[in-house]
Write a protein that binds this ligand. Structure first.
Ligand SMILES: *Cc1c(COP(=O)(O)O)cnc(C)c1O
Length: 447
C-alpha cells in the first residue's frame, strides 16, 4: 500500500498512463487477466517434467493430444501468445483471399481484439466489426451481447462479394464489448453462412471456457450438457482457432494456432511459425510452458472452477450496481466494465473519459484498471482520423485464482468514493502519441 502523495508522483512519472506504472507501485492490479492468474499445483508439477527437446518434445505431443481431445482439431501449432498465432496465420489468409480474387481482403468479426485488428492491417487486410445492437446499450440486460450481427454479415457478403472476405473471426467471449458471451446459435448461424460462401471461420478463443459456461447457464438447450460437450459444440463450427492461453489457458505465457482439418493451410502456417516463432513443435515456448498449458486447458473446463471464477466477477459487479455505478449489464466473464461516458457525461470522447477514471482510481486507491474506448480504438490507418469508439469503458479485469472477495470489497468502496469526486477530474490530452497501439506507451497531460 502506498500513500496518495506517492501515487500522484508515480502516475505523473508514468506520463499519466497506468500501463507505464511499476507493478510494485500498484496495490490491486486489475489491468488485465492476461498471464496474471495463479497456476495450480498440477501445473507447477508439469513445469518440473517439461521436456526441453528442440524438436518433437513429449510436452508438445501431450499438448496436441489435449487439443484434439477438447476441441477435436487435428493440427496444433504452439505459439508464444495469442498475437504469435495472429502474425503467422493472417498473412496466409490474406494470400489465399487474393488468390480467390480479393483486392483488399476483409476480416469480419463480432469485434476484433486490438492486436488482432493490428495484425489484420499489417497483413494487408481490413478489419470490420459487426457487433449486435444489444451490446451498445450498457444499461439494458441481454444474454448474448457478444453476438455477431448475422444480417449485417449477409449484406456485406452480398455487397462486397464473398471472395473479398478473407475470414470471419468469432471472438469468444467478446472482450471489446465487455467480456460478453456469444450464443451457440449465433456461432452456428455465422458458421453456416460463412461455409455456404466458402469463407473460413476463425475462432479467437482466448476465453472459450467462460463462453461455454455462459452457454450452460443461459441456454436451456445446454443446461444439462457438460462444459466439454459445449466446448466441442462451439469449435465444430470453426475451421481454425487462435488462442491466447494467457486467459482461460491459465498460463503465464503461451498460445495456440490450430486447424481442424485443413492440412495445406496448416503446413503453410507452420513455415511461417519457423520464421517468426520458432520450430513447429515449440513455437517460442519452452517444453515446460507447453506442459503447463496442456494442464491449464483442462482445468479451465472444470465447472466448479468456472462457477467460482464468474461468481467473483458478478460479486464485484453487483456491489457497483447497488451503489448506482453504471456498468455493462450483465457483467462479463473476466471483468466489470464501468461506463465512463455515463459517469463523465459532459466529457467528450476526445479527452478519453475512461482513461481519466482509470487514473483517478489509481490515485484514490492504488487499484489499476484499463481503458477500453477511444484511446484503444486509435486512428484510422489511412485518414489518421480518430476512429469512433462504441464505448468509453473502464475495465476492472480480474485475474484468475488470484484475489479474494475482500479485495473486491476494497475496489468497490474505492470506486464509490471516487465517483462522488468525478466532476472535479481534469481532461487528458496527448503529450506523446505513438502511431499504432498507442494506448500502451502514450503519455498525457491534464488540462
Ligand atoms: C489477449 C487476446 C489476444 C492476444 O493475445 P496475447 O496473448 O495478448 O498476444 C487476442 N484475442 C483476444 C480475444 C484476446 O483476449
Amino acid at each position: 500500500m502506498t500513500t496518495r502523495a506517492y501515487r500522484e508522483t508515480a502516475l505523473l512519472n508514468a506520463g499519466l498512463n497506468p500501463f507505464l506504472l511499476k507493478a510494485d507501485d500498484v496495490f490491486i492490479d486489475l489491468l488485465t487477466d492476461s498471464g496474471t492468474g495463479a497456476m495450480s499445483d498440477q501445473q507447477w508439477a508439469g513445469i518440473m517434467r517439461g521436456d526441453e527437446s528442440y524438436a518433437g518434445s513429449s510436452s508438445f505431443y501431450r499438448l496436441a493430444e489435449v487439443v484434439e481431445r477438447l476441441f477435436h482439431y487435428q493440427h496444433t501449432i504452439p505459439v508464444h501468445q495469442g498475437r504469435g498465432a495472429e502474425q503467422i496465420l493472417f498473412p496466409s489468409l490474406v494470400e489465399r483471399a487474393k488468390q480467390r480474387g480479393a483486392s483488399k481482403p476483409l476480416f469480419i468479426s463480432n469485434h476484433h481484439f486490438d492486436t488482432t485488428k493490428a495484425h489484420v492491417e499489417i497483413a494487408g487486410g481490413i478489419a470490420k466489426n459487426f457487433i449486435c445492437k444489444a451490446a451498445l446499450d450498457t444499461s439494458t440486460y441481454s444474454d448474448w451481447k457478444g453476438n455477431l450481427d448475422v444480417a449485417k454479415l449477409a449484406s456485406e457478403i452480398e455487397q462486397s462479394g464473398a471472395e473479398q472476405i478473407a475470414a470471419v473471426v468469432i471472438t469468444i467471449t467478446c472482450n471489446s464489448v465487455g467480456g460478453q458471451p456469444v450464443s451457440m446459435s449465433n456461432i452456428q448461424q455465422v458458421s453456416t453462412l460463412a461455409r455456404h460462401h466458402e469463407i473460413p471461420v476463425v475462432i479467437d478463443a482466448a476465453r472459450f471456457a467462460e463462453n461455454a459456461y455462459f452457454i450452460k447457464q443461459r441456454d436451456p438447450l445446454y443446461a444439462d450438457k457438460s462444459i466439454h460437450d459445449i466446448v466441442a459444440g462451439m469449435f465444430v463450427n470453426g475451421d481454425i482457432f487462435t488462442m491466447s492461453a494467457k486467459k482461460d489457458g491459465l498460463v503465464n505465457i503461451g498460445g495456440l494456432c490450430c486447424f481442424k482439418t485443413d492440412k495445406t493451410l496448416f503446413e503453410r502456417v507452420q513455415r511461417q511459425c519457423v520464421i517468426m516463432e520458432g520450430f513447429v513443435t515449440y513455437g517460442g515456448l519452452a517444453g515446460r510452458d507447453m506442459e503447463a498449458m496442456a494442464i491449464g486447458l483442462q482445468e479451465a473446463c472444470d465447472e466448479e472452477y468456472l462457477r467460482s471464477r464468474i461468481a467473483q466477477v458478478e460479486y464485484l459487479g453487483e456491489k457497483l450496481q447497488r451503489a448506482g455505478i453504471p456498468v455493462q449489464t450483465p457483467v462479463g466473464g473476466h471483468a466489470v466494465f464501468v461506463d465512463a461516458s455515463k459517469v463523465l457525461s459532459s466529457v467528450p470522447s476526445t479527452f478519453f473519459p475512461a482513461q481519466m477514471l482509470c487514473n483517478a482510481l489509481y490515485i484514490e486507491s492504488g487499484v489499476r484498471a484499463t481503458e477500453i474506448g477511444s484511446l484503444m480504438m486509435g486512428r484510422n490507418p489511412v485518414t489518421r482520423e480518430q476512429e469512433p469508439a462504441l464505448f468509453e469503458l473502464m475495465r476492472l479485469t480480474i485475474p484468475r485464482r488470484t484475489y479474494t472477495n475482500n479485495h473486491m470489497d476494497y475496489v468497490a468502496e474505492s470506486l464509490v468514493r471516487l465517483i462522488e469526486k468525478a466532476p472535479q477530474l481534469r481532461k487528458l490530452v496527448f503529450e506523446y502519441e505513438p502511431e499504432v497501439l498507442r494506448q500502451f506507451t502514450a503519455r498525457f497531460k491534464e488540462i
